[in-house]
Write a protein that binds this ligand. Structure first.
Ligand code: ZN
Length: 220
């Protein structure tokens, strides 16, 4: 195995475990995908993040088929394969069942611009993909449709998906979406939140491109 391939596998393990540490995934819920030379890497099916090791990460061809001799890939491998095919601008995918965002997914409601941080996803509202049974091509197609050119979507009665140019970016966005959902829910318990207009989100998105320390990718 090349150094690059080993590094990519280690990145997938680190991202899956970071989702657990952030409280965004637990047990065997959720999965991670990363574009690599010759295809993609995905987490295996049914392995808790804390038990994940680089050798258990599954290498798939671009069409999602797996060369033999590997662990069984996540049941959502079609999702990862379809999103990477539809979005040549991104390399990493994070799928979680994080509780606050999933609650709105179960209401089949988008997350509006209740806070400017929604601009991290490059959209003024985080959409909700239509429901389909988990692991199906129909679900993968629904997510591709809902995600469009954005960075995140909810998945009806299921969870959340975020994308990024790196796994660090996709994990950070998954945390942002969860935080946004938590804030939105709290506002709904005490009143009617004020939703920011799309032109303000455009301004914020522009400012994010120069936020943070030069070269740190803080704008994501
Ligand atoms: Zn799921």
């Amino acid at each position: 195995m090349s150094d690059a391939a080993a590094h990519a596998r280690a990145e997938v393990v680190a991202a899956a475990q970071r989702l657990g540490m952030l409280g965004l995934n637990w047990g065997t819920a959720g999965n991670v995908g990363l574009r690599v030379s010759g295809g993609l890497l995905v987490t295996p099916s049914g392995v808790p993040a804390e038990e994940l090791e680089p050798d258990l990460v599954v290498a798939l061809r671009p069409d999602g088929t797996a060369p033999p001799g590997q662990p069984v890939p996540t049941s959502e491998w079609r999702l990862h394969s379809a999103v990477l095919a539809a979005r040549p601008d991104i390399a990493a995918i994070v799928h979680t069942h994080s509780i606050e965002a999933t609650a709105f997914a179960c209401l089949r409601q988008p997350l509006p611009a209740v806070h400017y941080v929604v601009a991290r996803a490059g959209v003024s509202e985080i959409p909700c993909a239509r429901y389909a049974t988990y692991g199906t091509q129909e679900l993968a197609d629904n997510v591709v449709d809902a995600l469009d050119r954005g960075g995140a979507c909810l998945i009806a009665n299921h969870g959340v998906l975020t994308v990024g140019r790196s796994l660090d970016a996709a994990v950070a966005l998954a945390a942002d979406v969860e935080w946004l959902a938590a804030v939105y829910r709290r506002t709904l318990t005490v009143g009617e939140p004020v939703i920011l207009p799309p032109d303000e989100i455009d301004r914020v998105a522009e400012q994010f491109t120069s936020y943070g320390q030069p070269g740190c990718g803080a704008g994501r």
